[in-house]
Design a protein around this ligand. Sequence first.
Ligand code: G5P
Ligand code: MG
Length: 214
Amino acid sequence: MVILGAPGSGKGTISSRIVRDFGLKHLSSGDLLRAQILKKTEIGLAAQSYMKSGQLVPDDVMVKLISTELSGLNSSPWLLDGFPRTRPQAEALHNNQKLDLVLSLEVPDDVIVDRIKGRWTHLASGRIYHTEFNPPKVPGKDDVTGEPLVQREDDKPESVRHRLEVYATNTKPLKKFYEDLGILQVFHGTESNEIWPRVHKYMQGHIPAKSGPF
Ligand code: G5P
Ligand code: MG
């Protein structure tokens, strides 16, 4: 399955709950890219300047990265977060893998701009925190490793505004692509805790859950 949604709409937050309750493997394209940047790989070096300014990394780089990751999963069910983001990426995925579900999170832009200011990330694992919504046990430290948390370079207000525009232009039109395939389900809301029980209920109709919605 795929989860769509603007930057900061809660894809990572909802994905971690899907993983917990339904046991899917979570592949976040942004986390994969940030891991490549940390390791200073060729892909990481190529992606860094695009990501910093909130632009999309070129399609050929992304398609290669994600198809390599998917082929390593064998038959485990998976959840893609942040990919596809353009029509060519969606077509490349569609030509290789048949999707069962596509969820789209619809959160107003003003809510997003406000909440992104409070995000702190553990880059090595992709674990996400928020100063009010989901604070770490020790301020500034990852709960699992105790390592320092950082604010993403692309979470600066000018990058966030640009990422929202890029989403509206390139990624939002993918909803029609998946609607035409009959696999799109849209969830509107302003709080992840309000959206999540609806996502859980919808998914239970398609995948057996390991536990309840809370
Ligand atoms: P990413 O990493 O895919 P985005 O921009 O799609 O980045 P992002 O920013 O990771 O998405 P999210 O995952 O949708 O947002 O949101 P989240 O992290 O769960 O929630 C945001 C914050 O709000 C967190 O701090 C969370 O705790 C908090 N929060 C959640 N719910 C609530 C709530 O209800 N209330 C409150 N108060 N807070 C809440 O991509 C990054 C870059 O990588 C490149 C691009 O350059 C992209 O810009 N990239 C690609 N380029 C080309 N093609 C692709 N396929 C690419 N994929 C990545
Ligand atoms: Mg994310």
